[in-house]
Design a protein around this ligand. Structure first.
Ligand code: SF4
Length: 644
């Protein structure tokens, strides 16, 4: 077996396969630490600055380790990149026979059973959906994987997908007549047989940890779990360690029960009628809240006229439907499954209504979130550390948590505390980039307080000369959608006044990938975005030379989960701002700043307009956590930076 030196050295195995490969001491060091953690079954929290090459730093020891490894990434895009690009490169370089598998959530695979049901029913919302269903059927007949991303004839956001894929609730599992040909189960079997399985965080928490069918054996069989983009985990873990139930699940059940009735219980005339009653009850509950999607604390929900009564009404109607389904359950697996689902939904709604009784000492906050057509009721744990610890205990294995942004001034206490990583080792490697030469951190003088009226005007006013100097090529990262829209308007006016024609792009005017593609291609564009552009965005080279951050990204304190956590920390005598809100904001700023310099030749300016960065005592903790860029408050210095 080759040593890590053999792999990473300038004449090593990677160098022989990757054109332009250079040894980065940080990368080798990181690989050594990860190899040691794998060998010792320990927990390692590793921060690697942009450009360290962390992907290879964990893939090489993972492939050399000989055990079974799960790698979990932040998004499906990253999953695909890892599986189709990085893993094959490392595997070829090492000449390693390791078998890798890509596993996605079940919503990504066509479900034979529901596809057949939908086609038999033939009632689709639009003609296009009906045509898409037939396209999916053709695809399912010839596809080996059933992965919807390979079904090029049907758009990713087609309305037909929810009808022809499965959910954990509506999957019939062993009882399914298509069990033998099932794509979901085939993908899971393949993952079980592989040495290296690539998943994403949502799948990891939803299925692997919580043991959905066919994934239950995955974690027990594995020796190493590696989380990339691990800064996202506290959020994901909260989401999945909690409970939630949605009116869209109720609507799905009503639809499925109706279809099952048509297939196996045509004579049960009450069934379609009751399905209609349940649908109406679910919609009525949604209608007690404003149309615009939002999040609501429990008290806000209970204050809404009709909320409590409509919730009681929905539970009652679902219960009645469940009782009817019980009388029909023996007639088909599908009807039996609907009966079971009705019971589970009633139980979940009651649990939410009454608060969880079996919480094992964990506090949960109850809240609701509305989407255009549905309402989701959530119970989220205030602290995930204990649950995470329990999940990680048992069989000894190595756990690696890595990201470019985990620490606050080299300190991992916040992250480890939140994730329950007691006794974890930690390490950080700085980016190999020469930030002092490549980048400038600019905090403009004379900015008003961020809560003042016309703050966005002040941001655009201060940033516009820099935008002119950089020739567009800028990201504006805003902390709210309202600020994002206003920024776009103001930039449009300013560009017109100045007679400049830099193309303006805004989040929402296309998919994130499309927008980024256009941004790269245009070469002088300005992209205005909010949260979703703060991370996971990679624009190398000249197209991006300026990142403007309007305000320090503190999460809104009226968010139901955050405000409950703050309250809880206060009760425990902790300083919620310093111990929780600030570290989270630091990680967010680091993510936003990380968009700017992506390789050794990139140059650019990070402009943070919020005066609290300099004016408040905690601002220091933020800028000291950033890479060591040259710092200035002088516009002239920034303009000079862009001069050829
Ligand atoms: S086992 Fe589940 S996912 Fe597979 S075909 Fe049957 S219902 Fe669909």
């Amino acid at each position: 077996m080759p040593s890590l030196q053999d792999v990473f050295s300038p004449e090593g195995l990677l160098a022989s396969k990757i054109p332009g490969y250079r040894l980065r001491p940080q990368q080798l060091e990181m690989a050594e630490r990860i190899a040691a953690a794998i060998a010792g079954n320990s927990v390692l929290v590793a921060e690697a600055g942009t450009g360290t090459g962390k992907t290879f730093a964990y893939l090489v020891p993972a492939l050399l380790s000989g055990g079974k490894v799960i790698v979990s990434t932040g998004t499906k895009n990253l999953q695909d990149q890892l599986f189709s690009k990085d893993i094959p490169t490392v595997r070829t370089a090492l000449g390693s026979p390791v078998q890798a598998a890509l596993l996605k959530g079940r919503a990504n695979y066509v479900c034979h059973y529901h596809l057949e049901r939908a086609l038999a029913d033939g009632r689709f919302l639009t003609r296009e959906d009906a045509a898409d269903a037939h396209r999916v059927a053709r695809f399912a007949r010839i596809s080996k994987t059933g992965d919807k991303s390979e079904c090029a004839d049907v758009a990713e956001n087609s309305g037909v997908w929810p009808l022809v894929t499965s959910t954990r609730e509506n999957c019939l599992g062993q009882e399914c007549p298509s069990h033998k040909d099932c794509f979901v189960l085939a993908a899971r079997r393949e993952a079980l047989a592989a040495d290296l399985v690539v998943v994403n965080h949502h799948l990891f928490f939803a299925d692997v940890m919580l043991r959905d069918e066919g994934t239950a054996e995955l974690l027990p069989a594995c020796n190493t779990v590696i989380f990339d983009e691990a800064h996202q985990l506290p959020e994901t873990a909260s989401l999945f360690f909690g409970d939630n139930v949605s009116t869209s699940q109720v609507l799905d059940l009503a639809r499925d029960a109706r279809l099952e009735g048509i297939a196996s219980a045509k004579d049960c005339l009450d069934l379609p009628k009751l399905c209609g009653v349940v649908e109406k009850a679910a919609k009525d509950l949604r209608l007690t809240l404003p149309v615009e999607p939002a999040r609501f604390a429990l008290a806000q929900l209970q204050e809404r006229a009709g909320f409590d009564n409509n919730l009681v009404g929905l539970i009652r109607e679902l219960d009645t439907l469940g009782a009817l389904l019980e009388t029909q359950a023996a007639r088909s697996e599908g009807l039996e499954s609907c009966w079971r689902r009705a019971g589970e939904l009633v139980a979940a709604l009651r649990r939410w209504q009454n608060g969880r009784a079996d919480d094992g000492g964990t506090d949960y906050v109850r809240w609701g979130e509305t989407y255009t057509h549905s309402l989701q009721l959530n119970a989220t744990p205030l602290i995930v550390a204990g649950i995470m610890q329990k999940q990680m205990s048992g069989h000894p294995r190595a756990w690696i948590f890595t990201s470019a942004t985990l620490a606050v001034q080299q300190n991992f206490d916040h992250y480890c505390g939140e994730m329950g990583l007691v006794g974890a080792e930690s390490a950080s490697w700085e980016s190999p980039f020469d930030y002092a030469r490549q980048a400038v951190l600019y905090a403009p003088l004379g900015m008003p307080e961020p809560n003042t009226y016309a703050y966005t005007e002040a941001v655009v006013h201060a940033a516009f000369p820099v935008v002119q100097a950089s020739g567009g090529r800028a990201f504006f990262l805003c902390t709210s959608l309202r600020a994002m829209r206003r920024t776009r308007e103001l930039l449009e006016e300013a560009l017109e006044r100045a007679g400049l024609e830099f193309p303006l792009l805004m989040q929402g005017e296309g998919s994130k990938n499309e927008l980024l593609e256009r941004f790269r291609r245009l070469g002088n564009a300005i992209l205005v975005g909010s949260q979703s552009f703060w991370e996971g965005v990679d624009v190398r080279g000249e197209a991006l030379s300026l990142v403007v951050i309007d305000k320090l990204p503190f999460a809104p304190p009226d968010d139901p989960v955050l405000s409950a956590r703050i309250e809880r920390m206060k009760q425990d005598g902790l300083n919620a701002f310093m111990d929780y809100q600030l570290p989270r904001a630091v990680i967010n700023v680091k993510q936003g700043a990380g968009r700017l310099i992506r390789d050794e030749t990139d140059r650019g300016v990070l402009m943070i307009c919020d005066p609290r960065l300099i004016g408040k005592h905690y601002g220091k903790r933020i800028w000291r956590s950033l890479p060591p860029m040259k710092r200035t408050r002088e516009l002239a210095e920034v303009l000079a930076f862009f001069k050829p």
